[in-house]
Design a protein around this ligand. Sequence first.
Ligand SMILES: [Zn+2]
Ligand SMILES: [Zn+2]
Length: 284
Amino acid sequence: MIAPETQTSIDYVISRVAEHFLNVMYFDGSRYLIAAGGLTLFLLVFRVWTANRRIQRTKSAKPGDYRREFLSSMRTVFVFGVTTLATLIGKETGVINFALEDAPWFTVAWQFALIVVVHDAYFYWIHRAMHSKRLFRATHLHHHKSRTPTPWTAYSFSTWEAALEAAYMPMFLIVTSLLGVTYAGFALFLFLWHMIIRNVMAHAGSELFPAGWVDNPLTDWISTTTHHDLHHSDRANYGFYFTWWDRWMGTEHPRYKEEFRRNAKPMVILRPRGSQPEETAKTA
Ligand SMILES: [Zn+2]
Ligand SMILES: [Zn+2]
């Protein structure tokens, strides 16, 4: 016979775990569907523009690729639910501090910037590690089955890679909590949306960034679709949001800028019928 107080705590644990799972499945699943679905729609609506900016001109993903990417992304969402139980346990035991109440905008801004910059470093190094001979097959081969990426490639991970990717959030929150920082829920919310949006953009297959991006020092440090597409077709370029780590570690693709300039066509001004369209800027 289980004592009533033990039963109550078991019930509490079950209800908290169930609530956590439902929240993660709903939030992560819908984030993926909205971001990948939204970008697919954009690519379809502006198909002339995107065809003109196609990165791998002669190749396209097959229906089987879309199926594999979608199904493994659903598995990734499930693995995210399991891995982030660490966040739930950390919060319940007081090891992790984050506050869902309103925070001043500057707190949200610096916390968002910090979590993105640290995530970029985390991603670069686990990505390099997953490309090592020892780990590649078990962890990262699945993601590279997509040689011609689509927005649906964003969460196409093996179980091990999904767990590694999801481990960042609880680890980051444990470290910052130990340092006495209480993270604002809204900064985490922004981070998660920024992450999936940049992720689907990196796998768009057509260059989404404006011409001149890699030739302007104000924007060159932000990575583009060509940057990650080259990683799928020809390796190099292991970074996520920024070009810093690849430049510091000498892993940037030697033809990155050249390829970007070829893909990112300048905007075109439509001229009256009968006359030729004119480019607003020269391709560098
Ligand atoms: Zn890779
Ligand atoms: Zn990728």
